[in-house]
Design a protein around this ligand. Sequence first.
Ligand code: GTQ
Ligand code: FE2
Length: 350
Amino acid sequence: MKTANEEIQELDRLLEQRLLSGLWRIPAGERPLDPKTEVKAHLWKWADIYDSLLKARDQIGIHAAVNERRTIRLVNPGLKESEMTSHTMLFAFQLIQPGEVAPAHRHTMAAIRFILQGKGAYTAVEGEKVMMGQGDLILTPQWTWHEHAHEGADPMIWIDGLDVPLVKALNVISFEPYPDKSGLAKTDYDPSAHSGLTRSVGSTEKIAKAPLHYRWDVTYLTLKVLAQSSRNPYEGAALEYVNPVTGGPTLPTLSCWMQMLRPGERTKAHRHTSTSIYHVFRGSGTTVINGEPFHWEKGDSFVVPLWSWHEHANRSQAGEALLFSMHDKPVLDAFGLYREEGDGKSHLGL
Ligand code: GTQ
Ligand code: FE2
């Protein structure tokens, strides 16, 4: 006599041969009450990143990499196999030397650059030369041609943020080197055509082009005014870089923020189903993630995994702290999967 269990196993084997599977085989752990992720909270120190970049500067020619970029990525300790920073996003640091050109290519991954050090380099996006300044945000939307080149004197360092693992999960990675080796034909970036506020008189363009360049002076001035008038209990004073043409987030898959914590400011804890990667642009403080304190200083970067409780504090009583961050929230929002809890209340963003 076969036991009931043996009969089920036999059925499971039969179904397996037919490339079928019964739902009764799914372990209970795969249906948790709370979202679960492999992504771990982690902080990378600037000293490690900077030292690694300088070593790569001396040892890695820009053409050694398939991408022809000298970039170093942040590898999440929970994602060592894929070497990604979160399950949805990649955060990397790129260094380019005076005279170097990172040749044009395009890909289905969208990218942002946040400029940390140096001057005199540009990113040409679809041939428009966007000059890089410290604290600027520059966008290369998906499938736009982009090349980087450095016409200045000192090494240039910036952050690359991309949606690589998301696009990979959807199996739609495409990458194309620019066919003409002499590079993109270039014109200067025209801010009047991209602001959503102005256009040159006589222009026949009916629809404004989305900005590709968010300059630091404008961001900082706006943030300072915001900080004087309104505070978000979970974020301090926080700005999202938006697309004024669509009214949507920075890019369809990525939202970028710049936020300020005043001296001694401490935020309330909350959690949400989006994942965030932070970079300390100025100041020092502590972010508590699921009860574990992560102490940060200028140049450090850290990941807040989805659904983990987190709160930020500026440790200084004198200086403001400025955090740049990148979020996959637009993806969650697009599919009604963004959910947030804080203050003892649950807010379903549906
Ligand atoms: O600069 O175009 O960090 O294509 C990864 C992929 C940078 C870039 C990265 C890229 C780039
Ligand atoms: Fe690229």
